[in-house]
Design a protein around this ligand. Structure first.
Ligand code: HEM
Length: 407
């Protein structure tokens, strides 16, 4: 088969027919060699549900390059260090046990189900405020005017970032999404490094305030939370705030807007969603399955392994196409059909294994509250223009979804 090309605009516009072809014809696929300036593309791509699910849980692969090397890599000279990657190295997702276990335990302790439950009233209030302030004629963009400000303000409140700084924080978050996309350029990397310096300076100020006067936010809780005598270092704490801010809203925006699009397109499913509150959580799972906000994630093989009959060698990268696995007909009957009552629905949109999404309960709660509020204020939204998908591949979502309320 021709090499799988994540840069193809047609693929980015609609990846699902492409996934279906590879699932059927070459589900374990070796990419083409990179052209100059591109990131490595000659990694493995996995398209089928069983392969993706198995690798997510397999300790013979992981997120860090170190276990795949015979000796530690030489240290990077100071002038070549990238502030963004130095910060990223502290992110939970970049770690392997035992460092991962230690950090995840600390985060779990500061990020309990009770914390998420306690946020519900403020999510409901914020969603209501945004919808009460609809622009004239109820003509608005579900992404820019609703999902983005809602999720950003919720995660900022959780972390302890003042609401007045959200415009700046939004710009930083967009830069992170660009750096983590597969189409990163040198300019984007430079912007990512500058963002890291600015965001770190900003968060240092907030951390200093919370040290002096603890509040009820996550920064204060993380400052207090300790595993034995091991507290988080300041650099690590700041990196985790940046990670949570980014992980906590970019993906949830995409869940809300994709859910809205799916319901707009299918009035019968919308009627079920509005009249049967017990279907809200299963509906969120179905939106996540059909339009997974994280379409792909990467693992590095720590040993030679056979996947789908092909030999993947130690040190090689494997791209797990969650968005393809979630539409595999072998795992989901009628995989392209929206069925908000689908049971079982063991989608992989939140991953699986040790890196399973920390924020899954918050994302599900927010998605449900947001979409209920949206269709409560107007049961009959109509598209005001064609929806536009963003050009990102790893983090896939709508860039805009303009609607008007037909009463
Ligand atoms: C719809 C929304 C979300 C989706 C689809 C999503 C998806 C994912 C996925 C697929 C992973 C695992 C990646 C891998 O194994 O390579 C992950 C991990 C993670 N997510 Fe989420 N996420 C969402 C919302 C959130 C929220 C709201 C937060 C925090 C407030 C969050 C924080 C994290 C963190 C910290 C990890 C790393 C966990 C670890 O390495 O142990 N996510 N997420």
């Amino acid at each position: 088969m021709e090499p799988f090309n994540v840069f193809d605009p047609a693929f980015r516009a609609d990846p699902y027919p492409v996934y279906a072809r590879y699932r059927a014809l070459e589900p374990v696929h070796r990419g083409r060699p990179p052209t100059p300036g591109e990131q490595a593309t000659n990694c493995w791509y996995l398209f089928r549900y069983p392969d993706v699910a198995a690798v997510l849980k397999d300790p013979r692969s992981g997120r860090s390059i170190a276990p795949a090397l015979d000796a530690p890599p030489p240290p990077v000279p100071p002038e070549e260090r990238e502030p963004f990657w130095d910060m990223y190295a502290h992110w939970t997702l970049a770690l392997e046990p035992p460092a991962h276990t230690r950090q995840r335990t600390l985060l779990n302790r500061a990020f309990t189900a009770r914390v998420v439950e306690a946020l519900r009233p403020s999510i409901v209030a914020r969603a209501g405020q945004l919808l009460d302030n609809l622009p004239p004629h109820d003509h608005f963009d579900i992404v820019a005017d609703f999902a983005f400000p809602l999720t950003l303000s919720v995660i900022a409140e959780l972390i302890g970032i003042p609401q007045r700084d959200l415009d700046q924080v939004k710009a930083w978050s967009l830069t992170i999404a660009a750096v983590l996309d597969y189409k990163r350029t040198w300019d984007i990397m430079a912007a990512g490094n500058q963002m890291t310096r600015d965001f770190t300076a900003y968060l240092s100020g907030i951390v200093a305030q919370r040290r002096a006067r603890p509040a009820s936010d996550l920064i204060s809780r993380l400052l207090l939370a300790a595993e034995g005598d091991e507290r988080l270092g300041e650099e690590e704490l700041i990196a985790l705030c940046v990670m949570l801010l980014f992980a906590g809203h970019e993906t949830t925006v995409n869940l809300i807007s994709a859910g809205a699009l799916l319901l707009l397109d299918q009035p019968q499913q919308l009627a079920l969603f509005r009249t049967r509150p017990e279907l809200v959580d299963p509906a969120i799972d179905e939106f996540l399955r059909l339009h997974s906000p994280i379409q792909a994630t990467t693992r590095i093989a720590y040993a030679d392994v056979f996947i789908g009959g092909r030999l993947v060698r130690r040190g090689e990268s494997v791209i797990l196409l969650l968005g393809s696995a979630n539409r595999d007909p072998a795992a989901f009957p009628n995989p392209d059909r929206l069925d908000i009552a689908r049971r079982p629905n063991r989608h992989l949109a939140f991953g699986r294994g040790i890196h399973y999404c920390l924020g899954a309960p918050l994302a599900v709660a927010q998605g449900g509250i947001a979409l209920r509020a949206l269709f409560e204020i107007c049961p009959n939204w109509q598209p005001a223009a064609a929806p536009m998908w963003s050009d990102n591949f790893g983090f896939r979502g709508l860039a805009s979804l303009p609607v008007v309320c037909a009463r």
